[in-house]
Design a protein around this ligand. Structure first.
Ligand code: SF4
Length: 298
């Protein structure tokens, strides 16, 4: 079938830099051992498994400060999602060798939150609950100073001190379409609020390409891990903005041939944490795919 390779797709600079840092550390005999990554270096189990072969240990869990206590000694690597200052201080206090792979775009949000705290703002952070990026960013402020909003249901719980300036900040891997409705609601509640759209350029470009190029496709396959926020957002924007069917697949084995029945053109894109080789296998499979004539005729 005809395949449209949606461009840009796949690895972003933040992910490439983080993975390079882990690989180099693993290959450096002078690096204090053992080497632990606090969380998954990227939300893709294939990419993580590749690095684990070099003897790196990924610690997976909901809360970075707790995970840090599982690092016995040696080196700890912070992921591209960033960590709170409390995690950095604890790692230093424990005498661990620290490598920080926080993406510069995430660092920019951390700096922004620091400035907003200094300015006395009440901060509303639009992000995904349980994701490491909000955890790190919110840790830049005193407890309770940043309130996390994921859906409209969370708006009723917001508490803003009277007279306090309000700032709205977004997680880097959301979609502008998704956040627009929430921001509109928040602007109705707090008309003077400053809005800081922190969705990173890599995320925006991948989403815009998927929406625009989906126009020429009967369906879109997104290659990415189910835990990858930016991969899930790609599926969502194709479905909700481009109004085309879209499916998330971890590998080529997840493609269901029933999706392809009666379809001529399929678009392929990938989240910014997806190894290119997984996307290549999906493209090759789809290019070679010929619908079963018997199945189609039924
Ligand atoms: S998705 Fe954006 S914020 Fe996240 S690592 Fe990539 S460039 Fe950085």
């Amino acid at each position: 079938m005809q395949v449209i390779r949606i461009t840009p797709r796949g690895y972003c600079y933040g992910v490439v830099d983080a993975m390079t840092m882990v690989r180099r550390a693993a290959q450096d005999p002078a690096m204090p051992r053992p080497i632990h990554v606090l969380g998954l270096i990227v939300h893709n189990r294939h990419a993580v498994a590749e690095l684990d072969k070099w003897g790196v240990v990924h610690l997976d869990g909901p809360e970075r400060l707790g995970l840090l206590e599982q690092v016995p000694s040696g080196t700890v690597i912070f992921t591209a999602h960033g960590v709170s200052p409390a995690v950095k201080e604890r790692a230093r206090a424990r005498g661990l060798n620290v490598l920080d792979a926080t993406c510069p775009d995430v660092t920019r949000t951390h700096d922004l939150i620091g400035q907003l705290v200094a300015a006395g703002s009440a901060i509303i952070y639009i992000g995904k609950k349980g994701h490491p990026e909000p955890e790190g960013a919110m840790g830049e402020a005193p407890a309770g100073r940043v309130q996390l909003v994921e859906t409209e249901d969370d708006l009723a719980d917001l508490k803003v001190p009277k007279g306090s300036p309000v700032a709205i900040v977004t997680q880097t891997t959301l979609s502008r379409w998704d956040t627009a409705a929430l921001i509109d609601r928040l602007k109705t509640m707090f008309p003077e609020a400053e809005v800081h759209n922190e969705i990173c350029l890599a995320t925006q470009l991948r989403q815009e390409a998927a929406v625009t190029q989906a126009d020429q496709c009967d369906l879109v396959v997104v290659v990415g891990d189910e835990r990858s926020n930016n991969s899930n957002r790609l599926v969502q924007v194709v479905q909700e903005v481009a109004h085309r069917p879209a499916y998330l697949v971890g590998t080529v084995d997840d493609i269901d041939p029933r999706w392809l029945v009666g379809k001529k053109t399929v678009g392929v894109t990938a989240g910014s944490s997806t190894p290119s080789q997984l996307t290549r296998q999906v493209i090759e499979f789809l290019e070679a795919y010929r619908p079963d004539p018997v199945a189609v005729s039924h």
